[in-house]
Design a protein around this ligand. Structure first.
Ligand code: DNO
Length: 406
């Protein structure tokens, strides 16, 4: 595995020097300042490349921009209206510009309206550190009482509606503002930062779009961009829904193995691939991560490794928090073993992409992270701990004196 790290650009409180000291091999980044739907120009791409290549004192960092996360798919493309043609053309142009700059892996997602969602950004853990949490009662409070989405009440379980009403009654105005901001104002890397009214409009714009229609729109999007990616040698990779179940009455179409299998088959090209995020998919106990890697591994172009602790694994759509990378519900050792096996298969076949870029995804805020106010989910020390632990497993499995189990 290639040990990469997400960097948000010069605004990131983790510096290029920090990445070097953490033992990072390659960088994952995006041009977050370019408005969604517009072209990423060669100049802007070159600027980010040079920021990554330069450490303090004008030294060479030895690091390169290796993965784009994300080249955002616009709401117009997801809904097939408005500026869809122009956005698709711009997407292809951005891919051309990225390929010309030597970048081959491009991640995106197809979640309607909001990217990843948490209700609490600083959930206090027993050890005194904090992590991110998704609480399904808090989400129902937001959906029913703050967003006031028509029909929301009828879509949540009766017990959830009652628990949400009780919790809402006890919330201060500050609590309500914080919950709203956590959900609609966008977490790091989110496409856009919305107000509550904008979120209402965006949700309403989907009308009663079904799962089938949204999936077809994803397939149509791929049919438009995959031939370009294939010609350019770019590997597109779709990130799963996070969390992997519908929110706000909107369909989500990349939540399970069946979703991925259908979309991989519909546009059957190596340029149409997967970002396997063990934390997103792991928030459903019925997703068999090692099995998914065995069955879909050939198309995995990018890996996010993190873990989640589920409050009640039997409850689809239930609450969870982000655990240590090797703790939680996902069997991370088994996941890493399957990835190493996939890499070995690729190597034997002579595939040039046999080393899959992986990044330690998210991290708990620990030690000095608690004073540094990093981008939520992206503390330096918590992520470095995750990377160090994952590197330990990888190194053992890749070592000739240890090797893979069974
Ligand atoms: C969260 C991230 C996501 C991811 C996008 C990919 O931490 O994993 O925001 O970047 O969904 O398009």
């Amino acid at each position: 595995m290639r040990q990469t790290w997400r960097w948000f650009g010069p605004v990131d409180i983790t510096s290029v020097d920090d990445m070097m000291q953490c033992g990072v091999e390659g960088v994952v980044s995006a041009l977050h300042h370019v408005p969604v739907g517009e072209v990423w120009t060669p100049d802007e791409i070159a600027k980010r490349q040079s920021e990554i290549a330069t450490a303090s004192g004008d030294r060479e960092s030895g690091l390169k921009w290796e993965v784009v996360e994300s080249l955002v798919v616009t709401e117009d493309v997801k809904q097939q209206n408005g500026a869809v043609r122009e956005h698709l053309a711009n997407y292809r142009t951005s891919l051309e510009n990225l390929a010309r700059a030597g970048i081959e892996v491009v991640c995106y997602n197809f979640m309607p309206v909001i990217d990843w969602t948490r209700t609490d950004l600083a959930y206090r853990l027993g050890h005194g550190g904090t992590c991110m949490r998704y609480d399904h009662i808090d989400f129902a409070v937001f959906d029913i009482h703050l967003l006031e989405r028509p029909g929301a009440r009828g879509e949540h379980a009766h017990a959830t509606v009652e628990a949400a009403a009780e919790r809402f009654a006890g919330m201060s105005d500050d609590d309500k503002t914080a919950l709203t901001r956590n959900i609609v104002a966008g977490l790091p890397g989110a496409n856009e930062h919305l107000t509550l009214d904008e979120a209402r409009e965006r949700v309403a714009a989907y009308g009663d779009m079904t799962h089938e229609t949204l999936r077809q729109h994803l397939v149509d999007f791929l049919a438009e961009v995959v031939p370009t990616a294939e010609r350019l040698g770019i590997r597109l990779c779709c990130h799963p829904d996070d969390p992997p179940f519908p929110l706000m009455g909107l369909p989500r179409v990349m939540s399970t193995e069946a979703d991925y299998a259908a979309v991989m088959k519909a546009v059957d090209s190596p340029a149409n691939g997967i970002t396997l995020c063990s934390g997103s998919l792991g928030a459903r106990a019925d997703n068999d991560l090692p099995g998914m890697i065995r069955r879909l591994g050939r198309r995995i172009h990018f890996l996010h490794l993190r873990n989640v602790a589920l409050d009640d694994p039997s409850l689809p759509g239930g609450s969870f928090h982000e655990s240590e990378h090797l703790g939680g519900h996902v069997d991370m050792v088994a996941v890493v073993a399957e990835i190493v096996r996939e890499e070995q298969r690729r190597k034997a076949e002579g595939r040039s992409d046999h080393q899959i870029p992986m990044r330690p995804d998210h991290g708990q805020d620990i030690l000095d992270d608690l004073n540094r106010r990093a981008q939520p989910g992206y503390p330096t020390i918590g992520r470095m701990r995750g990377l160090a632990e994952l590197r330990g497993i990888m190194s053992a499995f890749e070592h000739e004196g240890v090797g893979l189990p069974g």
